[in-house]
Design a protein around this ligand. Structure first.
Ligand code: NAP
Length: 290
């Protein structure tokens, strides 16, 4: 059992922090910018809440975090009431935000200067993965710190792997998002075509999902995509944030991402159609307009 703080009780952070308490048996202190959510969490799970990241981080062995983007992350770590001002030597900061590799490296360096470790640990598996405690976690950082952090992360992970040096977890998550972007567009075009062709969608998917076209997106999203329902998790606004991070990194490392760049533009169409909070499978909605 460890003393653990969790910063950011959003769609992902709220259930993740809950697993630390119920499954991990840890002593948990939570911080959330909107205090009401922290109070709700404490009423549901027990534990304690703190009014600032700095106060939450005081005296902890681990500080976990899951906020929105690079700016939010900078604020809760290095800001005036940030966690880094209170973290003891020898402790570990684990960041589950999907952010840039650059900030992951900056935070690692800031941690080293202060005598504690930082692991970038973005997740995949969505809201359901967080609620069921079966997330995939991609980590970057030092092996020894990872070995200690992995035992705590286990409370909400099905798979947790060290991908390499600081920032490598974020780079792995970028690959994950690049793969999803092109795939969802392909699936959208397939389903759109199938409707125009008058095929029986159930029969079609039951058949082709047993062959080479099979994917998680096909098996889990074909039905709702065909019915124009897009209320199943990861929002288009978040996806555009992630694709922006991928393309900025590609400018640095020289990778060519033509389809990713195009799909990012397609998602901007979806936003203009009112779909900012629709889930990522809503790419089909731009095709089905015609
Ligand atoms: P969310 O529901 O919007 O929650 C964001 C959390 O961050 C909230 O607790 C929010 O506090 C807090 N926050 C944001 N800006 C802050 C700031 N400047 N200072 C302090 N706290 C701040 O988001 P989410 O869906 O949990 O996603 C969190 C991260 O996980 C994102 O990086 C996202 O890309 C990634 N992710 C999400 C999913 C998914 O399916 N949702 C899947 C994989 C990865 P308030 O409550 O006060 O707003």
């Amino acid at each position: 059992m460890a003393k653990v703080a969790f910063l950011g009780l959003g769609v992902m952070g709220y259930p993740m922090a809950g697993h630390l308490k119920t499954k991990g048996g840890h002593e948990v202190t939570v911080y959330n910018r909107t205090g009401a959510k922290a109070e709700k969490w404490v009423a549901q799970f027990g534990g304690k809440s703190a009014p600032t990241p700095k106060q939450a981080a005081e005296g902890q062995d681990f500080v976990m975090c899951c906020v929105g983007n690079d700016d939010d992350l900078r604020q809760v770590t290095l800001g005036p009431d940030g966690a880094f001002a209170a973290m003891k030597k020898g402790t570990i900061f684990v960041d589950h935000t999907t952010a840039s590799a650059e900030i992951a490296r900056d935070l690692y360096k800031a941690g080293q200067e202060r005598g504690f470790d930082v692991i970038d640990a973005p997740v995949s598996g969505g809201q359901a993965g967080a609620e069921n405690g079966v997330l995939t976690v991609m980590c970057g950082g030092d092996a020894e710190a990872f070995a200690r952090a992995e035992k705590v992360i286990a409370a909400y992970a099905r798979a947790c792997n060290l991908m390499g040096a600081p920032g490598a977890g974020q780079l792995a998550k970028m690959v994950n998002q690049i793969c999803i972007a092109g795939l969802v567009q392909g699936l959208s075009e397939g389903l759109h075509f199938a409707k125009k062709a008058g095929l029986d969608i159930e029969k079609l998917i039951a058949t082709i999902s047993k062959g080479a076209a099979q994917s998680w997106q096909m098996e889990n999203r074909y039905k709702t995509m065909a019915e124009g329902q897009f209320d199943f998790g990861f929002a288009v606004d978040w996806m555009r944030k992630d694709l922006g991070i991928c393309m900025a990194e590609a400018r640095r490392n020289g990778a060519h991402l033509p389809v990713t760049a195009l799909v990012d533009q397609f998602y901007s169409d979806v936003q203009a159609m009112g779909g900012k909070r629709w889930d990522t499978s809503s790419l089909i909605a731009r095709l089905d307009r015609f």
